[in-house]
Design a protein around this ligand. Structure first.
Ligand SMILES: Cc1cc2nc3c(=O)[nH]c(=O)nc-3n(C[C@H](O)[C@H](O)[C@H](O)COP(=O)(O)O)c2cc1C
Length: 204
């Protein structure tokens, strides 16, 4: 069965990244009969931040971990399995102080695991989470897909870097941008994002 992992990270009830990302996941599901959406609302159900026990545990083989260390990586193990099982991943985030929501950063810290989602080799690190397509939905007050503020968009380049490190290089980005430029601009931005969702779902 094909699995679509939907990661949403906004705490806002009127979140545009969540709305558009959810719409895309629904359309991808409709395109692939028998597929299922695995939902992770990272704002409503925050993941544990990595801590002392976690960072010690991930450096040891599973059988060498104490009971406390094993407990500290349990959620991370589940998240890694979810990521590895996914055929496509839809990530929704707002641009928050020029980067992603911290709830999404915590998900990344939980899934970037040496030996599971990437490995070190003599010729450098190799990603192990291959064969997936990722869709990034980025909502922002300003315009960052192009123009003078593009260099301040640390969200998309960061996500592409870390996903690439994990072996995921097929990435599409849907911008819902210019939302702070008045109701008319916001409506236009949402319309453009919805058209892109339509297009990407048809192409899936
Ligand atoms: C704390 C905070 C920081 C923000 N920082 C930025 C920013 O750096 N650049 C920007 O264009 N918009 C910024 N915004 C606006 C959000 O990107 C915008 O509201 C977006 O819709 C949030 O995504 P969401 O609707 O999915 O929650 C910020 C909003 C908040 C609440």
């Amino acid at each position: 069965m094909s699995s679509i992992l939907l990661l949403t990270s906004s705490p806002r009830s009127e979140s545009l990244s969540t709305t558009i990302a959810s719409e895309l996941a629904d359309k991808l599901k409709a395109q692939t009969p028998g597929s299922a959406i695995v939902r992770r609302d990272l704002a409503a159900n925050p993941l544990p931040h990595i801590d002392d026990l976690f960072t010690a545990a991930i450096r040891k083989p599973a059988e060498a971990r104490t009971a406390q260390e094993a407990a500290a990586v349990k959620t991370s193990d589940e998240l890694v399995n979810e990521l590895l099982a996914a055929d496509s991943i839809v990530i929704g985030t707002g641009l928050i102080n020029f980067n992603i929501y911290s709830s999404l950063k915590t998900w990344i810290d939980n899934v970037a695991r040496a030996g599971l989602t990437f490995k070190y080799t003599e010729s450098g690190p190799v990603g192990l989470a291959t064969g997936k397509k990722v869709y990034i939905v980025l909502a922002s007050g300003g315009v960052y897909s192009q123009g003078p503020a593009a260099g301040m968009n640390h969200a998309v380049p960061y996500l592409k870097s870390v996903l690439g490190f994990l072996g995921i290089t097929e990435v599409e980005t849907i911008y819902v941008e210019g939302l702070a430029f008045g109701p008319e601009a916001a409506e236009k931005a949402i319309g453009a994002a919805k058209s892109r969702v339509e297009e990407l779902a048809l192409a899936a």
